[in-house]
Write a protein that binds this ligand. Structure first.
Ligand SMILES: [Zn+2]
Ligand SMILES: [Zn+2]
Length: 253
């Protein structure tokens, strides 16, 4: 029997709105029957259910509370509540998220029939948690609201940038990552406009190169941009071939 140590499936990759028939941020990480959802952007729940049954979901992490990363948490909440009410599930799902902005956090915190809310800033062992059997380390990113980049380790190491501007801490976090999943929100021409909040594709490549990541997958694309152009710029920064996230794409590590 084929052993699949760890597998990432892209559920959505667009920001801040999707392409036709697309979805915003969402990634399913699977290892040995455990299922971790990272981000819940608009359109990802229907895609998640193409890969697993709701009852198989172990935990959810939201890097930050921008709409393109959280919209489907509102539907997921109803799906989990209904499953519990109807006896298909007998548990709530751990949900890890930052606390700001307060308005969004307070609303999601109220979904406590569906989720066991875990505040990333208040973890008992600061910045570290075991989530769905993975060892997760959170590092604050640079964005216009609180965000966490994260490394997720099972048998292999995945590092996910979340939304962030250039951050030396992220290079440190991504050291030797088997897979670095990194936002690439803009082209070279956007570097100045994005510099406080996001990375260009080339910067994603440079971060991956400095971190010595084995594989770079870029994601979080502006829907109007050519993906091959973003890929070229990321490859110029990385110095080797780069994977491009699309709905349904999988990487096995
Ligand atoms: Zn975003
Ligand atoms: Zn954002």
């Amino acid at each position: 029997m084929e052993v699949i140590p760890i597998k990432l499936t892209v559920l959505g990759c667009w920001a801040p709105y999707p392409r036709v028939s697309g979805a915003c941020s969402g990634y399913l990480l699977q290892e040995a029957g455990r299922n971790l959802l990272i981000e819940a952007g608009n359109g990802i729940l229907a895609r998640l259910l193409q890969h697993i049954d709701l009852e198989e979901l172990d935990a959810v992490i939201l890097s930050h509370l921008h709409p393109d990363h959280i919209m489907d948490i509102y539907s997921l909440r109803h799906a989990i509540e209904a499953a519990n009410r109807e006896g298909r599930m007998q548990r709530r799902i751990p949900l890890y998220l930052p606390t700001g902005p307060a308005e969004d956090f307070d609303r999601i915190k109220g979904f406590n029939k569906a989720f066991v809310v875990q505040i990333i800033e208040d973890l008992p062992e600061p910045g570290t948690a075991e989530i769905a059997g993975f060892k997760v380390v959170f590092v604050p990113g640079k964005h216009n609201l609180p965000v966490f980049s994260m490394s997720i380790e099972g048998k292999k190491k995945l590092v996910y940038s979340g939304d962030t501007a250039y951050n030396p801490e992220l290079i440190h976090l991504a050291q030797g990552a088997d897979l670095f999943l990194c936002e690439a929100s803009g082209q070279d021409k956007d570097a100045d406009y994005l510099k406080e909040n996001h990375l260009t594709a080339r910067q994603a490549g440079q971060l991956a190169q400095r971190a010595g990541a084995k594989t770079l997958m870029i994601t979080h694309f502006y829907p109007e941009y050519s993906l091959s152009e973003l890929q070229q710029q990321a490859e110029a920064g990385f110095g080797q071939a780069v994977e491009v996230a699309r709905e349904g794409a999988t990487i096995q590590l």
